[in-house]
Design a protein around this ligand. Structure first.
Ligand code: GDP
Length: 301
């Protein structure tokens, strides 16, 4: 889609255009060529491990197919990129077919969690579903207000309590309200303070327990939101959260405002967690399902 293409324009000029320039400029595929390619890929935040693996795959392919002209390398590069991003896992958001679907959003402050919840609320509502939000970040009054702003934008209600209250109690309330009102999708915000990581994990565990007591197979997704503009940091956050919580999918926000979109490739290659959604802007409909094929094609289109 065009949205994907537009959203990736910064990454395209920093990464793909440089690769294309290199391919045009170089007359043969030698060590210098590989070295320059390596530099470009690392600069686009593809990640050292992933880059080394990719270069190795290219070398093998070049030898096998007896490729001499750098220009013939481009289709192979995109083919390998797609290959590296495919883990055979499921990119689709899981829904509860027989009732209330619950999604839990986790991630540190400022990554775009509230925005992602607002966008997704809008999407489900446009599909005719009844949506409810839970203000589980009770740590900051601003977080509750912010979620309400997005609730209004999307035209959906927010279940909240006062600042400092128990987030697990908010979840309990929200589930009761959702059941009573015949809600289809409940989207739950959680706190994202970086300090006191252990407390944060305890808090999340308590939230899980409360949710599971009410709906045994919930949450149907635990979505970790990470900020693409932070590059390798986003990857590290995903590793950290992925180990400590049952993250089932990633939401990669702000892909439109970074030239480091290569981070998607590193995340897909180095982590066992699928990227399910990407944020491509600040507006309510700037959220897209992630598809690695589409991603690579939008890059090289
Ligand atoms: P939270 O603290 O994790 O809830 O973060 P917010 O949802 O409040 O977002 C933080 C900032 O990032 C806000 O200024 C958002 O407008 C911005 N933002 C969030 N998602 C995107 C995105 O996909 N693209 C762009 N360009 N900005 C985004």
């Amino acid at each position: 889609t065009n949205k994907f293409k537009d959203g990736l324009s910064k990454t395209r000029s920093a990464f793909v255009e440089k690769v294309e320039e290199l391919i045009l400029r170089r007359k043969k595929i030698d060590e210098d060529f590989y070295e320059e390619l390596e530099e470009i890929l690392i600069g686009a935040d593809v990640g050292v491990n992933t880059v080394l693996e990719l270069i190795e795959q290219l070398r093998t392919e070049v030898r096998k197919r007896k490729i001499e002209n750098p220009a013939d390398l481009q289709p192979i590069l995109s083919e390998k990129l797609v290959g590296m991003m495919q883990g055979g896992e499921d990119n689709r958001l899981h829904m509860n077919e027989n009732g209330l679907t619950v999604y839990l959003f986790v991630g540190v402050n400022g990554v775009g969690k509230t925005t992602a919840i607002g966008k997704l609320a809008h999407r489900f509502k446009s599909q005719g579903k009844k949506v409810l939000l839970a203000a589980g970040d009770t740590f900051r009054a601003a977080a509750i207000d912010q979620l309400e702003v997005w609730g209004q934008r999307a035209g959906v209600d927010v279940i909240k309590q006062s600042e400092g209250s128990d987030p697990a109690a908010v979840m309990f309330d929200a589930i009761q309200a959702a059941k009573m009102r015949g809600v289809d999708v409940l989207l739950c915000d959680t706190a994202g303070r970086l300090q006191n990581k252990t407390n944060l994990m305890d808090e999340l565990n308590k939230i899980y327990r409360v949710i599971r007591r009410e709906i045994p197979d919930a949450p149907h997704e635990t979505l970790l939101v990470i900020d693409a503009t932070t590059g390798q940091n986003a990857l590290n956050q995903a590793k950290l959260f992925g180990e400590k919580t049952g993250v089932t999918g990633l939401v990669l926000s702000k892909l439109d405002s970074t030239a480091k979109g290569g981070i998607v490739i590193a995340i897909r290659n180095e982590l066992n967690i699928p990227v399910k959604l990407v944020g491509l802007g600040e507006k309510i409909d700037d959220l897209e399902d992630f598809d690695s094929n589409q991603f690579v094609h939008a890059l090289f289109a």
